[in-house]
Design a protein around this ligand. Structure first.
Ligand code: ZN
Length: 232
């Protein structure tokens, strides 16, 4: 049985739910974030706010929560033009993928997280990728994750598990999972402190949290929360 994990943690709804999942399950949990020249550094700031809030409001989890790591991935801006790193409007490409897609980004995240987990002696990588409502990014698919788990385990000659608790559930069920893990206090923390909006909006507060309310990330979050709220 595994007892240690590294959570790929961006400070959004999904990765915060994954963090709670890991804290409920493993004795020692560390987090890793990536700075790849996001258009707004709000995300990087909120992830620290979320970590502090978890320590403060969930002392049992706080005792398991170890070091946070931040890796500089600004090199991603050199290899891809995307509306996440450049000042471009969101649109769909001819390939049918949104132009927020950064080719290979998750592969790179997992490779670096795997190397970090190796050095820190952590056995499981937890990531919030999901096939159900995530814009069809091919590097979020289950097959890709299984292939990465195999490649990392072979390449480092140590068994590394890639765990994806959100793979088959939608955004409404992600809220539900948060509630099961940490009750209303965790739902409240996610609503108030996690950040999803592509435009970095922390001014407009909706029932589902902060955001512009119009970008694809806000729409997804709003729709999921509305469905969740209607079911409880
Ligand atoms: Zn937005």
């Amino acid at each position: 049985m595994h007892s240690t994990a590294l959570v790929l943690f961006s400070g959004g709804q999904d990765s915060t739910t994954c963090l709670a999942h890991a804290l409920a399950r493993y004795q020692r949990v560390e987090t890793v974030g990536f700075d790849y020249g996001q258009r707004h550094d709000v995300e990087l700031r909120q992830r620290l706010v979320v970590l502090d809030a978890v320590r403060e409001r969930f002392p049992r989890w706080g005792a398991r929560l170890g070091q946070d790591h931040m890796l500089d991935l600004s090199v991603l801006g050199q290899v891809s033009e995307t509306s996440l790193t450049r000042d471009m409007a969101f649109e769909m490409e001819r390939t049918g993928l949104p132009n927020t897609f950064v080719p290979g980004r998750n592969l790179m995240f997992l490779t670096l997280a795997g190397a970090l987990a190796y050095r820190r002696g952590l056995e499981v990588l937890v990531t919030g990728v999901c096939e159900t409502d995530y814009s069809g990014y091919p590097d979020c698919r289950d097959d890709t994750m299984k292939a990465m788990q195999l490649a990392l385990s072979l390449g480092m000659d140590r068994r590394l598990v890639v765990e994806t608790p959100l793979m088959w559930i939608d955004k409404a069920q992600t809220w539900q999972m948060a509630h099961e893990l940490g009750g209303q206090p965790l739902v409240d923390l996610i609503l108030e402190d996690t950040h999803t909006c592509y435009l970095g909006d922390r001014i407009h507060r909706h029932a589902w949290g902060y955001g512009c309310g119009a970008c694809p990330a806000c729409e997804l979050r709003a729709r999921g929360y509305e469905r969740y709220a209607a079911s409880v």
